[in-house]
Design a binder for this molecule. Structure first.
Ligand code: THU
Length: 130
């Protein structure tokens, strides 16, 4: 199964009763295994979590720490852009050139990379004094 198909399938399980905006995400670990995530909203709105965060958490829980590829899909007029926080979360575990596919449920897709999504990112090199 392609990474985008995994994201499309898991999106059905998103819990988004407040925004009605279901998001599915899939990341591939260095082992080749696919990890899936969906957005999980909460009546206390700030407690909701994004699909990308769920996929990353599943990968870390399985004992992997490197993302080699990302796919995110939503019912959007244009390929769904990950939020700023998720861009930083993805950057923690992926190389700059790790491919990212952003998609709509209508079949539109945008191919980009983790580095392109977050230029000038804060990383460990900015903490050389600690
Ligand atoms: N959302 C994600 O899960 N990932 C994104 O990349 C964009 C936004 C979710 C958060 C919230 O549950 C809903 O979409 C509307 O913002």
């Amino acid at each position: 199964m392609s990474l985008l198909d995994a994201a499309r399938q898991v999106r059905e399980n998103a819990y988004a009763p407040y925004s009605k905006f279901k998001v599915g995400a899939a990341v591939r670990g260095a082992s080749g295994t696919i990890y899936r995530g969906v957005n999980v909203e909460n009546v206390a709105y700030p407690e909701g979590t994004c699909a990308e965060a769920g996929a990353i958490a599943a990968m870390i829980a399985a004992g992997e720490t490197e993302i080699t590829e990302v796919a995110v899909i939503a019912d959007c007029p244009s390929p769904v852009p990950p939020c700023g926080g998720c861009r930083q979360k993805l950057a923690e575990f992926a190389r700059h050139d790790a491919p990212v596919t952003l998609a709509t449920t209508d079949g539109e897709r945008l191919d980009t990379s983790v580095g392109a999504l977050l230029p000038g990112r804060f990383d460990i090199s900015h903490m050389d004094n600690v």
